[in-house]
Ligand binder design. Structure first.
Ligand SMILES: [Zn+2]
Length: 196
């Protein structure tokens, strides 16, 4: 007798619902998937937030590599939290967003973002994109160093993130012409198409 339906009859739908893994809603999903997100940044952020990137600590535990040393600093063990807590790069972006706090680990930053940057105002969107762009570029830089033996200076990585964010901002429409929004556009030296 088929136990996944009250009447005991088999159906594909009941089988799918019975066998799939139970899922739960994570509170931080809105910090990754929001109206103006950049897909390639959001995908890396989403995978990283679930701890599913192939970082060296994971590869070491599986016996795939023999050395888990981080290629960004050449000192510590590479892990999700370690890569994305790159103090220098994220600190520059926090300062750009006028946020005076020490960078935390990935989980802490996502939690803080969820609690403090939920709205769709320009400053909130810009902050959320800054976090996503930082994760994306740090992982990109890490991959360049591992697979292509190429190395970019951290200052240059920050410049690239800021440049990408300015391109995003230049394309934005429908933000109100408030003093705050105008100041942000001036700070970032971007001609945002904000409305009256
Ligand atoms: Zn490191």
């Amino acid at each position: 007798m088929w136990t996944l339906k009250p009447k005991g009859t088999f159906s594909i739908k009941s089988a799918w619902q019975g066998f799939r893994k139970p899922h739960f809603e994570v509170l931080w999903w809105k910090s990754v998937w929001f109206k103006r997100h950049v897909p390639r940044w959001a995908i890396i952020q989403w995978i990283a937030a679930w701890g599913r990137l192939s970082t060296k600590d994971i590869l070491l535990s599986l016996g795939i590599v023999t050395d888990a040393k981080c290629v960004l600093c050449d000192i510590d063990r590479e892990s999700h939290n370690h890569i994305f807590s790159s103090v220098f790069v994220w600190k520059q972006l926090l300062a750009r967003n006028n946020i005076c706090q020490d960078p935390g680990c990935l989980a802490q930053d996502l939690e803080w973002t969820t609690q403090n940057k939920e709205g769709e105002g320009l400053h909130n969107i810009l902050y959320k994109l800054s976090l996503a762009a930082t994760l994306y570029h740090l992982w990109r830089e890490r991959s360049f160093r591992v697979f292509q033996d190429k190395k970019e200076d951290p200052v240059r990585v920050v410049q690239k993130i800021i440049s990408d964010l300015r391109v995003c901002m230049s394309a934005w429409r429908n933000f109100k012409r408030t003093p705050l929004n105008q100041r942000i556009c001036q700070d970032w030296n971007v001609s945002c198409n904000i409305q009256v």
